[in-house]
Design a protein around this ligand. Structure first.
Ligand code: ZN
Length: 495
């Protein structure tokens, strides 16, 4: 709706005059623009360069479902935004503060958006990200006081529903694309205090993303050509109840900026989509290794039923693995899915598992996590469980006790990996007759480093397990000697 149309509609409904801003909502936006500098200075601001340092957190990778997220220390953070062309690019150097199978220090990350093209630097090149990521990155451009005020002042946007919440003035801002934002303005300073929007997360479902703007100060006017504005020196972003990033920054409005066009390779590529490849190898009679991508599963056949270890990555992969399992043994019901641990890349298929009516077996430390995951709302995208709601059926491994499935001939045992620094409620699966061990993340043969291998080996020895073959959820079929040599050559983790 054009400004003058909105003015007519609002004034006829609410008897609000049209001197100054057309609506109380726009008045709030214009006042906030004055608070950060002036309405004119804001309208003249087309680009920002934001430099700083901070932390980014690894969502879904905490040591236990309720503990703090692990994080990277970030240096050389530079976010460049070109609002007029809807382009931005972020570059940062991350150093992990947690143990990992990858290099720890100063790993550069570069990614961005150019209109509807989201791209990520990868090795020497660039790959195009999915449409969902592009939509999320488009919204991210407005989790910034300049961005959200420019969007609110755009004539194709709608600003509505002025209200007061927690002592703040609040309005809803919808861009022409329909994406909704909520802008909070501090009642005392008149400055934007936070922006919220919603998105879809495959594990958490409908989630709010909230960015707090903290510690406003006037920007420098280097060389006299930059616009002076009062902008935050602190940004803190949360997704659902999790803090996902925080930065301390300085900002240059309308300063020199790089060419932010998407690299040609990403621009000409199709958006990434979830493709699924499932390859099957029978490792022993009635034991199949289901591979094909980064996260594998293992199928074990019993006299009356089938049990699957791991439903990883996403719904699409898990449903494809289940379909393959049913094709392998069409006459036996798939009854159990054993989950190694709660990390999102290993649990993202559990809602699909529940929608299929299967029983989840995991450590008791993960029970409330899965109860929450199954209960969450998935309305922005309706996943398999939203389309076909089923109750969670769950069985759990207690403490350090063994959990066993057996039909007298085949036996499958589940043990917690005690003292694993990667995850508290992580389990390994042992087939005593076949001398096969199935484990996730404790030993991944493809990783350069093996910081958790020693603890895995000690668990195998302490339990007296007679392992010949290891089927890792990441990597390929290995022998016990491979694990032993990884332990011998493992460098001690850096502080
Ligand atoms: Zn993990």
């Amino acid at each position: 709706m054009r400004r003058w149309q909105r003015c007519l509609v609002v004034s006829s409904l609410l008897f609000v005059g049209c001197g100054g801003a057309a609506t109380p909502e726009l008045q709030l936006v214009e006042d906030a623009a004055e608070a950060i500098g002036s309405l004119r200075a804001l309208r003249e601001t087309t680009t920002l360069v934001i430099d700083g340092q901070g932390r980014t957190y690894r969502l879904g990778q905490n040591k236990s479902p309720r503990s703090d997220l692990p994080y990277y220390e970030v240096e050389n953070y530079r976010l460049q935004i070109d609002f007029a062309n809807e382009r931005w690019r972020l570059r940062q150097d991350r150093t992990s503060t947690f143990l990992t199978g990858s290099p720890l220090y100063g790993v550069r990350q570069t990614y961005g958006l150019d209109g509807d093209v989201a791209y990520d630097a990868q090795g020497e090149g660039t790959v195009r990200a999915s449409e969902q990521i592009a939509a999320d990155r488009w919204a991210e451009m407005y989790h910034n006081p300049v961005g959200i005020l420019l969007l609110a002042l755009d004539e194709t946007s709608t600003v509505s529903n002025l209200r007061e919440e927690e002592g703040q003035q609040v309005v809803d801002v919808a861009g022409a694309s329909g994406t909704q934002f909520t802008l909070f303005v501090d009642g005392e300073t008149g400055l934007p205090s936070k922006v919220m929007s919603s998105t879809y997360h495959p594990v958490l479902g409908d989630v709010a993303i909230e960015t707090l703007f903290e510690d406003y100060a006037e920007t420098g006017g280097l060389g006299g050509f930059q616009t002076r504005l009062t902008l935050p020196r602190g940004y803190a972003t949360s997704l659902d109840r999790f803090r996902v990033s925080e930065y301390r920054v300085s900002t240059s409005p309308n300063g020199p900026i790089d060419d932010l066009a998407a690299p040609a390779g990403a621009r000409s590529a199709a958006p990434a989509t979830a493709t699924v490849t499932v390859e099957v190898e029978e490792v022993a009679g009635g034991v199949w290794y289901l591979t094909g991508q980064s996260h594998h599963s293992v199928l074990v056949e019993f006299a009356e039923y089938l049990a699957l270890v791991e439903a990883p990555q996403n719904e699409a992969r898990t449903l494809a693995v289940i379909e393959r399992v049913r094709a392998l043994r069409p006459d036996k019901p798939l009854q159990y899915v054993i989950n190694t641990h709660h990390h999102f890349d290993h649990s993202a298929g559990i809602r699909a598992v529940v929608s299929e009516g299967l029983t989840v077996v995991t450590h008791e430390l993960n029970r409330s996590f899965f109860e929450d995951i199954v209960a969450r709302q998935h309305s922005i995208v309706q996943d398999a469980l939203a389309r076909n709601p089923q109750p969670l059926t769950i069985e759990t491994v207690t403490g350090d006790e063994m959990y066993e499935l057996t039909d007298g001939r085949r036996t499958l045992q589940i043990y917690r990996i005690v003292d694993d620094a990667h995850c508290d409620g992580i389990v390994m699966v042992y087939l005593p007759r076949e001398r096969i061990l199935i484990e996730a993340d404790a030993y991944s043969p493809t990783s350069r480093e093996a910081p958790f291998a020693e603890v895995l080996l000690r668990n195998i020895e302490d339990r007296g397990l007679r392992v010949n073959t290891i089927l890792p959820i990441h990597g390929g079929i290995s022998e016990l000697e491979d694990l032993e040599s990884a332990v011998r050559t493992a460098r001690p983790p850096a502080d």
